[in-house]
Ligand binder design. Structure first.
Ligand code: HEM
Ligand code: HEM
Length: 176
């Protein structure tokens, strides 16, 4: 039985972590800069957001094929149950959030850029739909701060308090 997640799973996990930080910061810090930089912040936000969507789907497919490596010492059943529920919520959240963002941008009905390329958009603006998607995008985006915070806290509790190998299974191999 493997002791750790695979190198690919570990790489995607930490790459998504970095991309989520950049995606959050692009929105939360854009107000501190002059308005002329706004399109640049927006493009960074949507480009990283779309990359997160692709990586989350890829890692979900990999995860469905490869069971998670066991934690030693074995946690209590309620902890394992909470972890499974938490991971399911994270997958759903970081797949739904960028999809809703894409629906929002599409229905604005004017050209927008991701990765420096013009993306498809509706022929006409539909403000009702834009407001609907924006409401849920902002709601899920705010939820994502708490979900990631709790997830990181759980990982640290595993490592420092319960002293099992949960976190080490998600860490890159040490070079000897
Ligand atoms: C996992 C990926 C994503 C995360 C974590 C995320 C997070 C956020 C956050 C934190 C905000 C600011 C919310 C606020 O005003 O309090 C925001 C706004 C926004 N996001 Fe995303 N987002 C993601 C993906 C996307 C994608 C893929 C798109 C579009 C292609 C997108 C389009 C937008 C737009 C247009 C706004 C601005 C709404 C406005 O204030 O006009 N987002 N997002
Ligand atoms: C945006 C940030 C993050 C996202 C989206 C995220 C997402 C995920 C997901 C979906 C899994 C489940 C993997 C599976 O399918 O089995 C996972 C596992 C894990 N994550 Fe994160 N994570 C984030 C940040 C962090 C941070 C900051 C830490 C550490 C402080 C961390 C530590 C772990 C550990 C230890 C596991 C393995 C848990 C287990 O198998 O029981 N993650 N993460």
């Amino acid at each position: 039985m493997r002791e750790k997640y695979s190198g690919l799973q570990i790489a995607i996990h930490w790459l998504v972590f970095l991309l989520v930080i950049v995606t959050w910061c692009a929105m939360d810090l854009r107000g501190f800069f002059s308005r002329e930089y706004r399109p640049w912040f927006n493009m960074v936000h949507v480009s990283c957001g779309m990359t997160i969507l692709v990586l989350m789907i890829a890692r979900l497919v990999i995860r469905l094929k490869r069971p998670a490596p066991p934690i030693t010492p074995k946690p209590k059943p309620w902890m394992t149950g909470m972890a499974h529920l938490g991971h399911l919520v994270i997958y759903l959240l970081f797949i739904a959030l960028p999809i809703i963002g894409l629906c929002l941008m599409y229905n604005r009905g004017h050209p927008w850029l991701a990765f420096g390329l013009v993306m498809p958009h509706a022929a006409d603006s539909n403000f009702e739909l834009v407001d609907f998607f924006k409401h849920y995008h902002v709601l899920l985006a705010k939820t994502s701060y708490y979900v990631v915070g709790l997830h990181a806290l759980a990982a640290l509790l595993h490592h420092y308090i319960w002293k099992d190998n949960a976190l080490l299974r998600m860490m890159p191999k040490k070079k000897r």
